[in-house]
Design a protein around this ligand. Structure first.
Ligand code: PEP
Ligand code: MN
Length: 354
């Protein structure tokens, strides 16, 4: 249920609504808009008597029940865009934010050189897997805590906040000790106990869409995180399973404007897992930003042909640095920004003049 206040409603009138809701045993969440305050109320079931009581209060324009099955993450509940802050980076604001790094942390040298290279090209966060969900149990499954320590070292060296995946509810505390953003991978999109466990932390969550998960199911899954009190959720479209086999997944870019209609949460795109082929990644990076994505998460590796995971979809430093200035121009063309470091990297300098 949401309470839409009149445009000139006073702070006292807003406080009176909150007090009345609390008297009924429910809590409120304020969503200030440009013209008026919207007050969200969480709880099931919310009685009609509460709706009627609130409609009688001064300053209240309308009380509306939210008919969608997901509430906290819905745009009805919170009409303005949410901005998620990670250190001094804001995701969901005017700036397009690029997260980059290897699929897996493989060595100190690998993660630190990659962190430096992606930062020089304009990435604002570093990705790297320490706990890896692998389709085959015999593949490289990550360094675990040693990988987290290497990520922390790369953060110390470069100042880039770190995004890394957590696979199991009993590893959430450990991963949260090192990570700035907890990633929930596609395979765990509907692992509700894991979602609740990250929902009990105060860390931002990068929440990937499952490979066969519909948008409503995805938002209902996000609601599990929000319902535990953590609404710092960044959605990530990473491709879905279709009949096509040329690409690893089919990158559903229509999910971006669709999610913008349905939810106030920021949405970013992963063109690496979305295509599975590095040659397709730059074009999909540009297309994702053109479609309105708030950011990207891209796999970058010093030697993709030697990567322990996902080498075939990883960009070299050079390829990454080449696409970033193009991405900045697309962002600008749609009224957003992608600020690049003043000193462009040697690779960007090598990009062909246009
Ligand atoms: C990853 O980010 O390396 C990963 C495993 O992604 P996804 O969960 O989208 O497959
Ligand atoms: Mn990967």
């Amino acid at each position: 249920m949401i309470v839409i206040m009149e445009p000139g409603a006073t702070p006292e009138q807003i406080a009176a609504v909150q007090k009345r809701v609390e008297e009924f045993g429910f809590s409120t969440k304020l969503a200030p808009g440009a013209e008026r305050m919207v007050i969200g109320i969480v709880g099931v079931p919310l009685p009609d008597t509460l709706k009627e009581a609130l409609e009688r209060l001064p300053g209240v324009e309308q009380v509306v029940r939210i008919s969608k099955r997901y509430k906290l993450v819905s745009r009805d509940f919170h009409p303005v865009n949410s901005v998620i802050r990670v250190g001094d980076v804001a995701i969901g604001g005017d700036d397009v934010v690029v997260i980059a790094g290897p699929c897996s942390v493989e060595s100190e040298e690998q993660i630190i050189t990659t962190a430096r290279a992606v930062k020089a090209a304009g990435a604002k966060l570093l990705r790297g897997g320490a706990f890896k969900p692998r389709t085959s149990p015999y593949d490289f499954r990550g360094f675990g805590e040693k990988g987290l320590k290497l990520l922390a070292k790369a953060r110390e060296e470069t100042g880039l906040p770190v995004v890394t995946e957590v696979l199991s509810p009993n590893e959430v505390d450990l991963v949260a000790e090192y990570a700035d953003v907890l990633q929930i991978g596609a395979r765990n999109c509907q692992n509700y106990l894991l979602l609740e466990a990250v929902g009990r932390t105060h860390k931002p969550v990068l929440f990937k869409r499952g490979m066969a998960v519909q948008l409503e199911e995805w938002l209902l899954a996000a609601e599990y995180i929000a319902a535990q009190g953590n609404d710092q959720i960044i959605l990530c479209e990473r491709g879905i399973r279709t009949f096509e086999t040329y690409t690893r997944n089919t990158l559903d870019l229509a999910a971006v404007p669709a999610i913008k209609r349905l939810s106030h949460l920021p949405i970013i795109v992963d063109p690496s897992h979305g295509t599975g082929r590095w040659q397709l990644v730059p074009a999909m990076m540009l297309a994702a930003v053109a479609a309105g994505a708030d950011g990207l998460i891209v796999e970058v590796h010093p030697n993709p042909d030697q990567a322990l995971s996902d080498g075939s979809q990883s960009l070299t430093f050079e390829n990454f640095a080449t696409v970033m200035p193009q991405l900045a121009r697309v962002a600008e063309a749609i009224g957003r920004r992608l600020p690049l470091p003043e000193t462009t990297s040697e690779y960007a300098m090598m990009a062909p003049a246009e």
